[in-house]
Design a protein around this ligand. Sequence first.
Ligand code: FMN
Length: 127
Amino acid sequence: MNNETILTDDAFLVSETDEKGIITFANDRFCEIAGYTLEELMGKPHNIVRHKDMPKAAFKDLWTTVKKGEVWTGYVKNATKEGGYYWVYATVFPFESCNGNPGYLSCRRKASQQEIDKATALYKTLD
Ligand SMILES: Cc1cc2nc3c(=O)[nH]c(=O)nc-3n(C[C@H](O)[C@H](O)[C@H](O)COP(=O)(O)O)c2cc1C
């Protein structure tokens, strides 16, 4: 299926996870683009939106980076509930949540067609 959602320039998709990658928050725009209600996302592993074209190496890099307390940025192709997909440029921040445990926050904006083409070519070379 080739059902791509192109984000608008002002779209800002936010989600938060606990230290295990379980979703603890998503903003309205994230829910809308992904095609889920907030209730459907809360408490689920964030790989609920994983697209099969994404290489494992990208997420390995994401987790290694944020667990060190550093900020990760990268291009991500996500799957929608209906079987479509959308590309984003994501920035993932580690933070300390109120209970003292680590939490992670991802802010996503539109990726340009040029950025998507580059990421697609790169990801084909990764496992
Ligand atoms: C804050 C945060 C946001 C994430 N956002 C996404 C996302 O939008 N899409 C995605 O596929 N994985 C995202 N991940 C990575 C997932 O936790 C997971 O590692 C990835 O989907 C690969 O699935 P797997 O670990 O089961 O192989 C995010 C992780 C964190 C910490």
